[in-house]
Write a protein that binds this ligand. Structure first.
Ligand SMILES: CC(C)(COP(=O)(O)OP(=O)(O)OC[C@H]1O[C@@H](n2cnc3c(N)ncnc32)[C@H](O)[C@@H]1OP(=O)(O)O)[C@@H](O)C(=O)NCCC(=O)NCCS
Length: 186
C-alpha cells in the first residue's frame, strides 16, 4: 500500500475584531487572483505590475505555498470580513530565505483599504507570532514610497532598523521583539 499522504496542519482560525483570519483554501483562488491583478495592490510588492499577467498562476502557487508552510508552526492566513464573509486579503508570517528572521506580510484588496483592517489583522498575526509560535522577533520590509505600509507597521509597534535591501531592492527595515510587543501591550 502506498504511504498515506500527510497533510500539513491548517492555519488556526482567529477572530480579531471585525476580521476573521482563517486557512487559505483553493476556493480563494479567484478573489486572490483579482487582488494580485490590481496595479494599486501589487505596485510595491516583489515583481510589481509586471506580474499582473500571471496573477492566476501566482494565486495557485501562493495558496499552495501558504497551506504547506503551516508545517513550520506559523504561516499566512486569508483575511475575511466577519460580518459578510467577504475575502479581504492576506496577513501572516513567513520565514526569510536568507536569514533566520521571520517577516510579517500583508496585502488587502483595494476595497478594504482605509478602514484599519491591515493594522487589526497585523496585530492578530503578531499576537500569534509571540504568544503561540514563541518567535523572538518579527521583521518587515517596505519600499520607501509605500507610506501606507510604514504607517501600519508603526501603528502596531514596529521600530525602524534603517535602510537595507530585499531581493536587491532598497527598502526600509522594521523589527519588533517579543519583549517590545509585551511592553507595548502593557
Ligand atoms: C499596506 C496596506 C495594507 C495599508 O492599507 P490601509 O488601509 O492604509 O491600512 P489600515 O487597514 O491599517 O487602515 C489605516 C487607514 O484607515 C483609516 N481608518 C479608518 N477606520 C479605522 C479604524 N477603525 N481603525 C484604524 N484606522 C482606521 C486610518 O485613518 C488610516 O488611514 P490613513 O492612512 O489615510 O491615515 C494597503 O495599502 C495594501 O494592501 N497595499 C498593497 C499591498 C502592500 O503594499 N503590502 C505591504 C507590502 S510591505
Amino acid at each position: 500500500m502506498p504511504p498515506a499522504r500527510s497533510h500539513p496542519p491548517e492555519a488556526p482560525t482567529i477572530e480579531a475584531g471585525r476580521l476573521r483570519l482563517r486557512a487559505f483554501t483553493p476556493d480563494d483562488r479567484p478573489a486572490y487572483a483579482a487582488m494580485r491583478a490590481d496595479p494599486d495592490v501589487v505596485r510595491y510588492l516583489v515583481g510589481g505590475e509586471a506580474l499582473i499577467a500571471f496573477a492566476d498562476e501566482i494565486a495557485v502557487s501562493r495558496i499552495n505555498a501558504f497551506r504547506e508552510a503551516w508545517r513550520s508552526g506559523f504561516g499566512v492566513w486569508a483575511v475575511e470580513e466577519t460580518a459578510s464573509g467577504r475575502f479581504l486579503g492576506q496577513v501572516g508570517l513567513e520565514q526569510l530565505e536568507q536569514a533566520a528572521d521571520v517577516e510579517v506580510l500583508y496585502a488587502f484588496a483595494r476595497h478594504a483599504w482605509g478602514r484599519g483592517y491591515a493594522r487589526e489583522a497585523t496585530r492578530a498575526a503578531l499576537a500569534f507570532a509571540f504568544d503561540d509560535a514563541r518567535l523572538p522577533r518579527v521583521v518587515a520590509f517596505v519600499v520607501p514610497q509605500n507610506t501606507a505600509s510604514s504607517r501600519v507597521l508603526e501603528a502596531v509597534g514596529f521600530r525602524s532598523i534603517g535602510a537595507t535591501t530585499y531581493n536587491d531592492f532598497p527598502v526600509l527595515g522594521y523589527a519588533i521583539t517579543a519583549e517590545e510587543w509585551t511592553a507595548a501591550r502593557g
